[in-house]
Design a protein around this ligand. Structure first.
Ligand SMILES: NC(=O)c1ccc[n+]([C@@H]2O[C@H](COP(=O)([O-])OP(=O)(O)OC[C@H]3O[C@@H](n4cnc5c(N)ncnc54)[C@H](OP(=O)(O)O)[C@@H]3O)[C@@H](O)[C@H]2O)c1
Length: 268
């Protein structure tokens, strides 16, 4: 894992996305053990983690049901646990993983204030928030919410059309896109995926690029919202494919071609 992180840094990838609940609440500790092997790496990395999703697991036997917890007490506990498991002194970014439908924004704001003032967390954000929920939470929280981590890919386009990206553009806030390759479904052989593949590869041919993942990342990067794709692979060649997307641009016409292929019908 340490080698992977170092190779990623050489490619310019310095931001790593975690969540307390990943790997049944074990992933942060695994990463922390790798980071502890070379403490000098910490300052070069931007560590993002999330809190608020709970489900039964062996690490935390007291959790009996799948639920959200956005309380002051839980956010404080989860952030401190993430710092300890990741073996770092502070978190660069803490996101509320999902907004509980009965979340108390005053409690979230109190936790953020305390985490910020004690230097435990530098920046705050959210994940899977609608514009209304984002604006509501921002109105309570003293620190600027710096991102909304949402699902975006050619196969998951809601954010382009439901106001989510328009809101972030208006606020000049960069979204993080989870599952930018639709969790790997982009490579499937179903009709929808194949239509997107065909269009991306046709466009790629004119640019001398044959890698589907590179083209899909380039498509996301071409959007004016300045989307930051969060890739999900432990293979360094995949990271290289992603980094190479920075060299490819899409015209608006090409971008729309992929959009049309993905939705399976022409634009009005
Ligand atoms: N905030 C949230 O609610 C939320 C939810 C889900 C995920 N996330 C975050 O987003 C990250 C990415 O999500 P994701 O894992 O779904 O992302 P993804 O990058 O869309 O999908 C990753 C999958 O695509 C496969 N893949 C990549 N390139 C490929 C290629 N060229 N050919 C064939 N398969 C390829 C990978 O396989 P290999 O393993 O073989 O490379 C892996 O199985 C997660 O790790 C997590 O940090 C956040």
């Amino acid at each position: 894992m340490l080698t992977f992180v170092k190779q990623g840094l050489e490619l310019g990838v310095d931001t790593l996305d975690h969540a307390a609940c990943y790997g049944a609440f074990t992933s942060e500790a695994e990463f922390g053990r790798a980071l502890a092997l070379d403490k000098s790496l910490r300052a070069q990395l931007t560590l993002v983690t999330k809190c608020g999703i709970l489900y039964p697991n062996e690490e935390l036997p007291d959790i009996k049901s799948h639920h959200y917890d956005n309380s002051y007490r839980h956010i404080m506990w989860s952030a401190q646990r993430s710092i300890e498991k990741l073996q770092c002194d502070y978190l660069d970014v803490l996101l509320i993983h999902r907004l509980s439908p009965c979340a108390d924004p005053e409690q979230i704001a109190r936790a953020f204030d305390e985490l910020y003032q004690t230097g435990k967390v530098r920046y705050f954000g959210v994940s899977n928030y609608t514009p209304a929920k984002f604006a509501m939470l921002q109105s309570y929280v003293n620190q600027p919410l710096i991102t909304n981590q949402i699902e975006i890919s050619p196969l998951h386009r809601q954010a382009f059309d439901d106001g989510t990206l328009d809101f972030l553009l208006e606020k000049r806030i960069q979204p993080m896109a989870w599952s930018p390759l639709a969790g790997g479904r982009l490579f499937n052989q179903d009709e929808n995926s194949r239509a997107v593949q065909k269009t991306l590869l046709e466009i790629g041919e004119t640019k001398g690029e044959t890698r589907l993942d590179t083209l899909a990342y380039a498509w996301l990067l071409a959007h004016p919202a300045k989307i930051m794709p969060v890739m999900g692979s432990g293979k360094i060649e995949r990271v290289k494919s992603a980094a190479d997307a920075l060299r490819i641009s899409f015209t608006e016409e090409e971008w729309i071609k992929v959009y049309v292929a993905a939705q399976g019908r022409d634009i009005p």
